[in-house]
Ligand binder design. Structure first.
Ligand code: SF4
Ligand code: SF4
Ligand code: SF4
Length: 323
């Protein structure tokens, strides 16, 4: 993820098939060195940027745009995994996508980065990953940070750093791995210790729903565990309102938060792309990937299923032998 990667991305975007209406890629934020997901026209290639701080997942944006357009998308392994899930769930048609895959060495944890970098964020000219160092340049000065000090921990357990499905791939393919050693370590704690750990985590959640809002797999119009987003208008009949599910209340407490998180994670069984957007978005810095990864482990071990399979998880359940 260096200047050469960006040049290769631009090169591929300059020769896109004529039917592509938009590019969903990354542009740099104005006053920070990180990128954000952006929708560009094919003649706006020069606005593209890419670095180890292009950590966001563009799948949600693509899902909306690709309903009526053919879209080129810059996709890391986990981004492509989310696109594949959405395709399996008939939210995206593959023929509307042109995937420029990035073989991904991992992205930077922005919280760690902000605590490590010596420059003011607005002063930073570039951030590149060169070998195993993050090279930060600002006003003619340079700081080199070992990647291991600022890598997003989630990337250490990445199963799919190289997109499985792409139209063009940038970078040499990288091998992923199935590694649940972090979860196995956690499982060694007693049931009481794990309960206490999670109740402590859930008691800190303010149920802002940011983790749900950023998740490419949370696309329901009405969320079962968010009473504030049920579609109610002055015209909604009382009996319809009464029929709405009330799984939990509007109050924020550890018990209701527990339900929110259990329902959310269960709805991701066999679907989570492993991008870590939920954890990055959480203002309380809660370890949301740990919960998702526990479920991934169960799905992997009990159902022998990984989200990279071509069939949706629920279809897999349908074809399980009786008993
Ligand atoms: S989870 Fe994998 S593909 Fe996604 S950013 Fe991390 S290393 Fe890259
Ligand atoms: S983003 Fe964090 S605080 Fe907000 S609902 Fe999710 S877990 Fe709770
Ligand atoms: S649950 Fe988190 S890691 Fe999984 S797809 Fe959603 S945002 Fe990505």
């Amino acid at each position: 993820m260096n200047a050469e990667t960006l040049e290769r991305i631009k090169e591929e975007c300059r020769k896109l098939p004529a039917e592509i209406s938009y590019i969903v890629g990354f542009v740099r934020k104005q006053s920070e060195p990180r990128e954000v997901v952006a929708v560009l026209k094919p003649d706006e290639v020069d606005k593209l940027s890419f670095s180890p701080l292009s950590f966001n997942n563009p799948a949600r944006t693509v899902m909306e745009l690709a309903k009526d357009n053919k879209v080129a998308v810059i996709a890391k392994g986990c981004d492509a995994r989310a696109l594949k899930q959405l395709e399996k769930e008939e939210k995206i048609e593959r023929e509307n996508l042109y995937i420029i895959g990035i073989s991904c060495p991992g992205v930077i944890d922005y919280r760690k980065f902000r605590n490590t970098v010596k420059f003011r964020l607005a002063e930073i000219d570039s951030v590149e990953l060169i070998g195993d160092e993050v090279v930060v340049k600002a006003g003619g000065e340079e700081q080199r940070i070992p990647f291991s000090e600022v890598i997003f921990e989630n990337c250490l357990y990445c199963e799919q750093p190289t997109p499985k499905d792409y139209d063009v791939l940038i970078g040499e393919p990288r091998e992923g791995k199935v590694d649940f050693s972090d979860i196995e370590e956690f499982e060694k704690l007693s049931a009481e210790e794990r309960w206490s750990y999670w109740m402590d985590v859930f008691s800190k959640c303010i149920r802002c729903h940011a983790c749900r809002q950023v998740c490419p797999m949370c696309y329901c119009n009405e969320c079962l565990v968010d009473p504030s987003n049920l579609a109610v208008s002055p015209m909604t009949p009382a009996e319809e309102k009464a029929a709405y599910p009330r799984v939990l209340g509007r109050t924020v407490n550890a018990a209701d938060n527990l339900i929110y998180h259990i329902v959310r994670v269960m709805h991701h069984a066999g679907r989570c792309a492993g991008c870590g957007e939920c954890e990055r978005a959480c203002p309380m810095e809660l370890p949301l990937r740990k919960l998702e990864r526990k479920l991934e482990k169960v799905v992997y071990e009990v159902f022998n299923y990984s989200p990279d399979e071509e069939i949706p998880f629920l279809s897999k359940l349908d074809i399980l032998p009786e008993g």
